[in-house]
Design a protein around this ligand. Structure first.
Ligand code: ATP
Length: 235
């Protein structure tokens, strides 16, 4: 579904990712691991059209997308859920949700149906649909960010650190929800510090170090890799 081929990206003179190769197949959950600043967010920005690689290509279903603007990429089926969530705190939960549906704004019935599906996945958002987004807890805000992204009916969802700042129990629920979203047909590319939880739901992963991918493999292989265990998973 998604292919990054020898992708390199710069900020000014600084090369943030170097010769990256990533493949995400339809139906998979793929995780990007690595320390802060290793290049995961830059990879996401490149896929969603916010950065243009100076070398290499990004393909979605064999169509080159690395020169397309972000709105075209959303229309082609890739939606990004950013690390900082970017909600509109004064607007209601439902109004925030509807912002995610703008590409389908002419299809009222489709939007209604999708809204129903998202509320089924996150019932608490239905309960709080009239409340301002800013009044939600951290976990609920993350659900809303994911719910809003789902409103565009993406083929591929990019999730940057969905568990950041959340309590352990909430993190667990968040990963369960991600698994469920995937089961219902959305392919997922995920960046996470929480390597253990992420690998537990992922099919495969890539490990970043200073802008390079240094290890890749199935989740099972990464769990079994001594260096990956030591650096990212713990005992
Ligand atoms: P994090 O989890 O902290 O976001 P990351 O793995 O996603 O880490 P990136 O945000 O992709 O890492 O950053 C990769 C490198 O690019 C870092 O060295 C970072 O300082 C640098 N970088 C990121 N954004 C910019 C920018 N706008 N201008 C200059 N350098 C940047």
């Amino acid at each position: 579904m998604l292919d990054l081929k020898n992708v390199s990206v710069k900020y000014g003179n600084f090369t943030a990712i170097k010769d990256i190769n990533i493949r995400v197949d339809k139906g998979e959950i793929v995780v990007l691991l690595g320390a802060n600043g290793a290049g995961k967010s830059t990879t996401f920005r490149t896929i969603s059209g916010l950065k243009t690689p100076f070398k290499g290509n990004v393909l979605l279903e064999d169509d080159l997308i690395d020169n397309k603007p972000p709105d075209k990429i959303v229309k082609q089926g890739i939606v990004q859920c950013a690390e900082d969530r970017k909600l509109f705190p004064e607007m209601s939960v439902q109004e925030n949700m509807m912002m995610g549906a703008y590409i389908h704004r002419k299809k009222k019935n489709k939007i209604k149906q999708t809204l129903k599906e998202v509320y089924k996945l996150f019932p608490v958002l239905y309960e709080k649909r009239k409340n301002p987004a800013g009044s939600l807890s951290g976990g609920q805000q993350q659900m809303l960010a994911i719910g809003r992204a789902l409103m565009s009916k993406p083929k591929l969802m990019l999730l940057d650190e969905p568990s950041i700042g959340l309590a352990p129990l909430i993190v667990e629920q968040m990963f369960e929800s991600i698994k469920q979203i995937n089961k219902e047909g959305t392919t997922i590319l995920l960046a996470e510090q929480n390597a253990h939880a992420a690998l537990s739901i992922a099919d495969k992963g890539y490990v970043y170090e200073n802008g390079n991918i240094v290890v890749e493999g199935s989740s099972k292989e990464l769990f079994a890799n001594e260096e990956v265990r030591k650096a990212y998973i713990g005992a």
